[in-house]
Design a protein around this ligand. Sequence first.
Ligand code: TRP
Length: 440
Amino acid sequence: MSERAQFTTRMGAIAATVGSAVGLGNIWRFPYEAGQNGGGAFLLIYLLCVVVMGIPVMVAEFVIGRSTHRNVCGALRQLSPHSKARWFGYVGITASLMILSFYSVVCGWIVEYLVLAVSGRLTGLEPNGYATMFTSFASHPWRPVLWTALFLLLNHLVLRRGLKRGIERASNVMMPLLFVILVIFAIHSLLLPGAERAVNFLMAPRLEDVTPDVALKAMGQAFFSLSLGLSCLLTYASYFKNSDSLTRNATVIALLDTLVAVMAGLMIFPAVFSYGMEPQAGPKLIFEVLPIIFNQMHMGIVWAVLLFMLLFLASITSSISMSEISIAFLTEEHNISREAATTVNTGIAVVFGSLCALSFGPLSGFTICGKTLFDLFDFVSSNVLLPLGGIFFSLFVGWHLDRRMVNAQLSHGPFVAIVIFCMRYVAPVAIASVFIYGLL
Ligand code: TRP
């Protein structure tokens, strides 16, 4: 195991992990979920979920990964050789492939819109032309498939280069760039005439909006956005150095991820309000509503290019992290080369990603339990497997592992006692209650 790769610097480890966390979840999903679920009330519950469930589960994943320096199945086997815990590793790997499949469909749409924006074809339509444009693109028999495959190819090229020259280097370049674009965008939006209404919408919770349903959505969003529950952060933590403080890393990552989500809200809502639109459009918000706004905005084309650039940077640093789970597993447990493991991962994702892409067109009639493949993968992974994974990791580290080992992993760093308390009691109970309510 001595030659196993590690992130070169602490900054590189944080950039990669923040890169995993910051993705479509922050810039595409957070604004529309907040838009549909009461704005401020959603943000408030979201923050609470990040603190009492998100950070503890993240630290639990970090402890498993960093104490063993192995892939998920190897790590669980090493820590608990006589239990069935390692089976959970297979669940994580399957779930990560499901997420990667539907995630790359949306990434494919983003690449198409980036190309449209750069080539000037995103401006100049009638306001209601954009909805038609998006629907006819998403239901096209092969264009979305092509973009999904192209995105997965880019993902493949980064992963093939390995941990340091691929993942770490890409994150070190892309994450700072992402922050710069986001700050410029948010400042521009906050100077628009509708900005106060937007800030109010996002920052002032109306108590009547706090409902169990909003809590369920906010918890799901927190898990998805922090990349929790599937062993994605476990895998990245297996590349952390022993000298890194796990609670400090977790706090920094959760803070930056939340900051990006809030800034994405502050970038999108002022534009939506100041151009007289409503924020409840759901998943199509960025594809159908924002182009109408860019069309009327001064230098709209530049903003459109920047937005889709931003989404692209955010999404590729997340998709590489999902892929790394199965790549680490295949190279370490089955002794195959990194190239071959990357090819297997890409192959599976291209097949299932294409089927998900076609769910909006030719395969829209193909449903299981009333859901298209895209919706099914999203539902099963985000709403079922992520919370179950969260409960598993917090119980496994909080109760099953040797206390001295856990304490040694967390020996230097802030908030250790609170994090352990939340990991043992608060997180499992809270996740289980919200989860059970959601299934009822
Ligand atoms: N967190 C990413 C986002 O916000 C998505 C993601 C990456 C993810 N890895 C994950 C979600 C693992 C769940 C589990 O877009």
